[in-house]
Design a protein around this ligand. Structure first.
Ligand SMILES: *Cc1c(COP(=O)(O)O)cnc(C)c1O
Length: 368
């Protein structure tokens, strides 16, 4: 990679398509896959990831930010888009202009959409225990009646987001509440509403809750942690974070080096500098972990700078300016996994990886 400033991230779109295939194998052909590409495609780009998941057999996409929906439509992608609740009632017209299925999450959002002069598909987000957004049980009846008496709204489905996949009893309670809303809708004459409750962990842990559609995000981007990551064979979409050495220098024992916080070097040490820092999404304070130089592990030393990382290459005495350095990914026979980076930085994958992808220049591999 020949960049003026050598620091970049590699995004493997073939892996993203593979992961959609894994999810399809899991849920079968009759369940809609609504692929979540929120937060700018988990940092990988909303439009390009939407195109790739659709090419791989997803049926629709979901985003939480109207700008992501705009980017997807701007790229000419015709896929159905569900927009999660994220906007003020006063922005109802702008939301409707995005050509999305909008989310009704309370009576106010419902009233704002119902006051528009244009037809609009909506889904109700049902409050079932997450305690964030969603139509509350006290409002269900009024909401169903209001949508039925509106001139422009077409209610296509109900969905919710389950918040405790580690706790089957809690899942059971939340599903009972969700089912109660569906039962009320049916009793009021809504006969063909689609139901969706399964985010990534739920797809993996509770296959009986696939309903009409599943709503998985992190699974497709290989951003699950712990036991959940073991439950399906996905591949990393953020395949690598790389930089190159811009300086190599030997320091004698006893040297005091600024970026070590004024610490004294105990041994003669060869330090290499990379032009990538916490401003690119990494962390400042140790522990910071390791990188790969010439196929070997090298420890990051001191505190990381906003634009620089310093590594101890004493064990790779042949390290040179221009050597490609891997901060995440494989080099030679060594590999630094996302899980390892997350553990060093004490951050879940869904937090650290999108942050890196959003900040660094993105190089796409395997575009379909
Ligand atoms: C993020 C989100 C999902 C997907 O969750 P993952 O854990 O990434 O699969 C599903 N539904 C809603 C409402 C969400 O905000």
């Amino acid at each position: 990679m020949n960049m003026v400033l050598p620091a970049w991230i590699e995004i493997d779109l073939a892996a993203l398509r593979h992961n959609v295939g894994q999810l399809r194998d899991r849920v079968g052909g009759d369940v809609e896959i609504m692929a979540v590409v929120k937060s700018d495609g988990f940092g990988c780009g909303a439009a390009i990831t939407a195109a790739e998941v659709m090419a791989a057999g997803a049926d629709s996409v979901a985003v939480g930010n109207p700008e992501d929906a705009r980017a997807i439509r701007g790229a000419g992608i015709k896929a159905p888009i569900l927009l999660y609740a994220s906007t003020l009632p006063g922005a109802a017209a702008e939301v409707a202009a995005l050509d999305v299925t909008a989310t009704v999450h309370d009576m106010e959002s419902l009233a704002a959409f119902a006051a528009l002069n244009q037809p609009l598909d909506v889904q109700f987000k049902i409050e079932a225990g997450l305690g964030r957004l969603g139509v509350s049980p006290d409002d269900w009846r009024a909401a169903f009646e209001a949508v039925r008496s509106s001139n422009n709204l077409n209610l296509t489905g109900l969905y919710t987001h389950l918040n405790a996949p580690d706790d089957p009893d809690s899942i059971k309670r939340q599903i009972a509440q969700f089912e109660a809303s569906y039962g009320m809708a049916q009793s009021l004459g809504f006969s063909d509403l689609r139901r969706m409750v399964a985010s990534s962990n739920v797809v993996l842990g509770y296959p009986e809750l696939n309903y009409d559609a599943v709503n998985a995000g992190r699974l497709l981007f290989h951003m699950l942690d712990g036991k959940w990551a073991q439950m399906i064979q996905t591949r990393p979409v953020i395949a690598a974070v790389k930089s190159s050495i811009i300086q190599v220098k030997d320091f004698p024992a006893g040297a005091r080096v600024g970026f070590l916080g004024g610490e004294e070097l105990v041994e003669p040490t060869c330090l290499a500098v990379l032009p990538i820092g916490f401003g690119d999404g990494f962390k400042h304070r140790p522990p910071l972990g390791e990188v790969l130089v010439r196929g070997r592990r090298a420890a990051i030393v001191g505190r990381r700078g906003i634009e620089h990382t310093v590594v101890d290459v004493s064990g790779a005495a042949d390290a040179r300016v221009g050597d490609e350095v891997v901060l995440l990914g494989a080099q030679g026979n060594e590999e630094i996994t996302g899980t390892e980076v997350g553990a060093w930085l004490d951050l879940p994958l869904m937090e650290i990886l999108p942050r890196l992808a959003r900040t660094l220049p993105r190089v796409y591999l395997g575009q379909s």
